[in-house]
Ligand binder design. Structure first.
Ligand code: ADE
Length: 247
Protein backbone atom coordinates (compact mmCIF):
# COMPACT_ATOMS: atom_id res chain seq x y z
CA UNK A 1 0.00 0.00 0.00
CA UNK A 2 1.24 3.48 -0.85
CA UNK A 3 1.03 6.32 1.67
CA UNK A 4 1.79 9.80 0.41
CA UNK A 5 2.07 12.70 2.84
CA UNK A 6 1.89 16.41 2.15
CA UNK A 7 3.85 17.90 5.04
CA UNK A 8 6.16 20.73 6.04
CA UNK A 9 7.88 18.27 8.42
CA UNK A 10 8.75 15.12 6.46
CA UNK A 11 11.43 14.17 9.05
CA UNK A 12 8.66 13.33 11.54
CA UNK A 13 7.76 10.27 9.46
CA UNK A 14 11.14 8.67 10.23
CA UNK A 15 9.33 7.56 13.37
CA UNK A 16 7.52 4.92 11.31
CA UNK A 17 10.82 3.20 10.46
CA UNK A 18 10.78 1.31 13.79
CA UNK A 19 8.94 -1.82 14.91
CA UNK A 20 6.08 -3.35 12.93
CA UNK A 21 5.69 -0.43 10.52
CA UNK A 22 9.47 -0.33 9.95
CA UNK A 23 9.46 -4.01 8.98
CA UNK A 24 6.44 -3.50 6.70
CA UNK A 25 8.38 -0.74 4.91
CA UNK A 26 11.49 -2.93 4.61
CA UNK A 27 9.40 -5.83 3.30
CA UNK A 28 7.84 -3.43 0.73
CA UNK A 29 4.32 -4.12 2.01
CA UNK A 30 3.95 -0.37 2.44
CA UNK A 31 5.78 2.61 0.96
CA UNK A 32 5.78 6.10 2.46
CA UNK A 33 6.66 9.21 0.45
CA UNK A 34 6.51 12.84 1.49
CA UNK A 35 5.95 15.97 -0.57
CA UNK A 36 6.87 19.26 1.09
CA UNK A 37 4.75 22.29 0.08
CA UNK A 38 7.85 24.44 0.66
CA UNK A 39 9.40 22.81 -2.41
CA UNK A 40 6.44 24.17 -4.39
CA UNK A 41 6.56 27.71 -2.94
CA UNK A 42 6.16 30.43 -5.54
CA UNK A 43 8.35 33.24 -4.11
CA UNK A 44 12.02 33.63 -3.28
CA UNK A 45 11.32 33.41 0.48
CA UNK A 46 9.71 29.99 -0.02
CA UNK A 47 6.55 31.20 1.76
CA UNK A 48 3.93 28.59 2.57
CA UNK A 49 1.62 30.57 4.89
CA UNK A 50 0.05 33.98 5.14
CA UNK A 51 -2.36 36.01 7.31
CA UNK A 52 -6.04 35.08 7.15
CA UNK A 53 -8.33 37.35 5.07
CA UNK A 54 -10.81 38.99 7.42
CA UNK A 55 -8.27 39.07 10.25
CA UNK A 56 -7.87 36.78 13.23
CA UNK A 57 -5.01 34.99 14.95
CA UNK A 58 -2.29 32.89 13.36
CA UNK A 59 -1.48 32.01 9.80
CA UNK A 60 -3.16 29.95 7.09
CA UNK A 61 -1.38 27.60 4.65
CA UNK A 62 -1.42 29.15 1.16
CA UNK A 63 -3.18 27.28 -1.66
CA UNK A 64 -0.41 27.48 -4.32
CA UNK A 65 2.33 25.42 -2.60
CA UNK A 66 -0.25 22.93 -1.29
CA UNK A 67 -1.73 22.42 -4.74
CA UNK A 68 1.74 21.92 -6.25
CA UNK A 69 2.58 19.24 -3.66
CA UNK A 70 -0.79 17.49 -3.96
CA UNK A 71 -0.62 17.40 -7.77
CA UNK A 72 2.88 15.90 -7.61
CA UNK A 73 1.69 13.20 -5.19
CA UNK A 74 -1.44 12.46 -7.25
CA UNK A 75 0.67 12.10 -10.38
CA UNK A 76 3.09 9.72 -8.66
CA UNK A 77 0.18 7.53 -7.54
CA UNK A 78 -2.14 7.96 -10.53
CA UNK A 79 -2.05 4.23 -11.31
CA UNK A 80 -3.26 3.47 -7.76
CA UNK A 81 -6.37 5.67 -7.67
CA UNK A 82 -5.33 7.69 -4.59
CA UNK A 83 -7.76 9.19 -2.06
CA UNK A 84 -6.74 12.57 -0.64
CA UNK A 85 -7.45 12.81 3.08
CA UNK A 86 -7.19 16.09 4.96
CA UNK A 87 -6.48 15.67 8.67
CA UNK A 88 -8.20 18.13 10.96
CA UNK A 89 -10.23 18.22 14.17
CA UNK A 90 -13.27 19.05 11.96
CA UNK A 91 -13.14 15.67 10.22
CA UNK A 92 -15.09 12.47 10.88
CA UNK A 93 -13.64 10.48 13.75
CA UNK A 94 -11.28 7.66 12.66
CA UNK A 95 -11.82 4.23 14.27
CA UNK A 96 -10.96 0.55 13.81
CA UNK A 97 -13.85 -0.03 11.37
CA UNK A 98 -12.65 2.84 9.18
CA UNK A 99 -9.11 1.46 9.33
CA UNK A 100 -10.37 -1.87 7.93
CA UNK A 101 -11.99 -0.05 4.99
CA UNK A 102 -8.83 1.98 4.34
CA UNK A 103 -6.69 -1.17 4.39
CA UNK A 104 -8.45 -2.23 1.15
CA UNK A 105 -7.31 0.89 -0.72
CA UNK A 106 -4.17 0.94 -2.86
CA UNK A 107 -3.02 4.43 -2.00
CA UNK A 108 -3.87 7.29 0.33
CA UNK A 109 -2.45 10.81 0.27
CA UNK A 110 -2.61 12.46 3.69
CA UNK A 111 -2.63 16.22 3.82
CA UNK A 112 -1.19 17.41 7.14
CA UNK A 113 -2.13 20.99 7.93
CA UNK A 114 -0.22 23.32 10.25
CA UNK A 115 -0.95 26.75 11.79
CA UNK A 116 -4.62 27.76 11.84
CA UNK A 117 -5.45 25.48 8.92
CA UNK A 118 -5.35 25.50 5.15
CA UNK A 119 -7.01 27.65 2.50
CA UNK A 120 -10.59 26.39 2.05
CA UNK A 121 -10.25 26.29 -1.75
CA UNK A 122 -7.78 23.40 -1.42
CA UNK A 123 -10.32 21.44 0.63
CA UNK A 124 -13.00 22.11 -2.00
CA UNK A 125 -10.85 21.26 -5.02
CA UNK A 126 -8.33 18.66 -3.95
CA UNK A 127 -9.57 16.86 -0.85
CA UNK A 128 -11.81 13.76 -1.02
CA UNK A 129 -12.34 13.16 2.70
CA UNK A 130 -11.64 14.93 6.01
CA UNK A 131 -10.78 12.83 9.08
CA UNK A 132 -9.89 13.49 12.72
CA UNK A 133 -8.22 11.11 15.19
CA UNK A 134 -9.99 12.47 18.26
CA UNK A 135 -11.62 15.39 19.98
CA UNK A 136 -8.50 17.38 20.71
CA UNK A 137 -6.33 19.78 18.73
CA UNK A 138 -2.84 18.70 17.63
CA UNK A 139 -0.21 21.19 16.47
CA UNK A 140 -0.50 19.66 13.00
CA UNK A 141 -1.87 16.72 11.05
CA UNK A 142 1.43 14.78 10.99
CA UNK A 143 0.86 12.80 14.18
CA UNK A 144 -2.69 12.05 13.02
CA UNK A 145 -1.34 10.73 9.70
CA UNK A 146 1.21 8.59 11.58
CA UNK A 147 -1.49 7.17 13.84
CA UNK A 148 -3.66 6.28 10.85
CA UNK A 149 -0.74 4.76 8.90
CA UNK A 150 0.20 2.67 11.96
CA UNK A 151 -3.35 1.38 12.49
CA UNK A 152 -3.93 0.62 8.78
CA UNK A 153 -0.51 -0.99 8.24
CA UNK A 154 -0.94 -3.63 10.95
CA UNK A 155 -4.18 -4.75 9.25
CA UNK A 156 -2.47 -5.43 5.90
CA UNK A 157 -1.93 -9.12 5.06
CA UNK A 158 1.55 -10.34 6.06
CA UNK A 159 2.42 -7.37 8.28
CA UNK A 160 1.63 -8.88 11.69
CA UNK A 161 3.22 -12.36 11.75
CA UNK A 162 0.35 -14.11 13.52
CA UNK A 163 -2.85 -13.11 11.68
CA UNK A 164 -4.87 -14.26 14.70
CA UNK A 165 -3.35 -11.50 16.76
CA UNK A 166 -5.05 -8.95 14.48
CA UNK A 167 -8.34 -10.87 14.51
CA UNK A 168 -8.27 -11.02 18.31
CA UNK A 169 -7.50 -7.35 18.66
CA UNK A 170 -9.21 -5.18 21.10
CA UNK A 171 -12.02 -3.56 19.06
CA UNK A 172 -11.64 -5.70 15.91
CA UNK A 173 -14.04 -8.09 17.60
CA UNK A 174 -16.14 -5.10 18.74
CA UNK A 175 -15.07 -5.77 22.36
CA UNK A 176 -12.22 -4.69 24.61
CA UNK A 177 -9.37 -7.17 24.97
CA UNK A 178 -9.27 -9.75 27.78
CA UNK A 179 -6.33 -9.60 30.27
CA UNK A 180 -3.08 -11.28 29.20
CA UNK A 181 -0.42 -12.98 31.37
CA UNK A 182 3.05 -14.40 30.75
CA UNK A 183 5.78 -15.97 32.91
CA UNK A 184 6.34 -16.10 35.85
CA UNK A 185 3.27 -17.95 37.08
CA UNK A 186 3.57 -16.10 40.40
CA UNK A 187 4.64 -12.47 40.36
CA UNK A 188 5.04 -10.58 43.65
CA UNK A 189 2.34 -12.67 45.27
CA UNK A 190 -0.11 -12.44 42.35
CA UNK A 191 -0.78 -15.64 40.41
CA UNK A 192 -2.08 -16.24 36.90
CA UNK A 193 -5.79 -17.26 36.75
CA UNK A 194 -5.82 -21.05 37.04
CA UNK A 195 -7.95 -21.69 33.98
CA UNK A 196 -5.19 -20.28 31.74
CA UNK A 197 -2.82 -23.00 33.01
CA UNK A 198 -5.37 -25.78 32.47
CA UNK A 199 -4.70 -26.40 28.76
CA UNK A 200 -8.48 -26.73 28.31
CA UNK A 201 -9.05 -24.52 25.24
CA UNK A 202 -12.82 -24.41 25.51
CA UNK A 203 -12.63 -23.22 29.12
CA UNK A 204 -9.88 -20.73 28.24
CA UNK A 205 -11.95 -19.31 25.38
CA UNK A 206 -14.99 -19.00 27.65
CA UNK A 207 -12.93 -17.24 30.31
CA UNK A 208 -11.52 -14.82 27.74
CA UNK A 209 -14.88 -14.09 26.15
CA UNK A 210 -16.40 -13.48 29.57
CA UNK A 211 -13.50 -11.20 30.58
CA UNK A 212 -13.81 -9.25 27.29
CA UNK A 213 -17.56 -8.86 27.64
CA UNK A 214 -17.19 -7.85 31.30
CA UNK A 215 -14.49 -5.27 30.65
CA UNK A 216 -16.51 -3.82 27.76
CA UNK A 217 -19.63 -3.66 29.97
CA UNK A 218 -17.66 -1.82 32.67
CA UNK A 219 -15.68 0.59 30.50
CA UNK A 220 -17.36 0.93 27.10
CA UNK A 221 -21.01 -0.20 27.37
CA UNK A 222 -21.72 1.77 24.17
CA UNK A 223 -19.79 -0.92 22.23
CA UNK A 224 -22.08 -3.70 23.48
CA UNK A 225 -25.07 -2.16 21.69
CA UNK A 226 -23.23 -1.99 18.38
CA UNK A 227 -22.81 -5.74 18.01
CA UNK A 228 -25.04 -8.82 17.97
CA UNK A 229 -24.30 -11.14 20.92
CA UNK A 230 -25.35 -14.79 20.82
CA UNK A 231 -27.00 -16.65 23.72
CA UNK A 232 -23.69 -18.06 25.00
CA UNK A 233 -22.13 -14.60 25.12
CA UNK A 234 -25.15 -13.13 26.88
CA UNK A 235 -25.00 -15.94 29.46
CA UNK A 236 -21.28 -15.25 30.05
CA UNK A 237 -21.96 -11.54 30.46
CA UNK A 238 -24.79 -12.29 32.90
CA UNK A 239 -22.36 -14.48 34.92
CA UNK A 240 -19.79 -11.67 34.93
CA UNK A 241 -22.34 -9.10 36.10
CA UNK A 242 -23.62 -11.43 38.84
CA UNK A 243 -20.08 -12.05 40.13
CA UNK A 244 -19.32 -8.31 39.88
CA UNK A 245 -22.39 -7.33 41.87
CA UNK A 246 -22.04 -10.17 44.45
CA UNK A 247 -18.32 -10.84 44.66
N1 ADE B 1 -4.95 18.24 13.29
C1 ADE B 1 -5.08 18.89 14.47
N2 ADE B 1 -5.82 18.19 15.34
C2 ADE B 1 -6.18 17.04 14.70
C3 ADE B 1 -6.95 15.92 15.08
N3 ADE B 1 -7.52 15.81 16.27
N4 ADE B 1 -7.11 14.94 14.17
C4 ADE B 1 -6.56 15.03 12.94
N5 ADE B 1 -5.84 16.07 12.54
C5 ADE B 1 -5.63 17.06 13.41
Amino acid sequence: MQFGIITLFPEMFQGLNSGVTGRAIQDKLVAINCWNPRDFAEDKHKSVDDKPYGGGPGMVMMPGPLQGAIHAAKKAYEAHDPTVIYLSPQGRCFDQETAKEFADRKSIIFLAGRYEGIDERIIEREVDEEWSIGNYVLTGGELAAMVMIDVITRLLPGVVGDENSVLEDSLTSGLLKYPQYTRPENFAGASVPEVLLSGNHKQINNWRTKASLGKTWLRRPDLLYKKYHNKEELALLAEFIEEFIKP
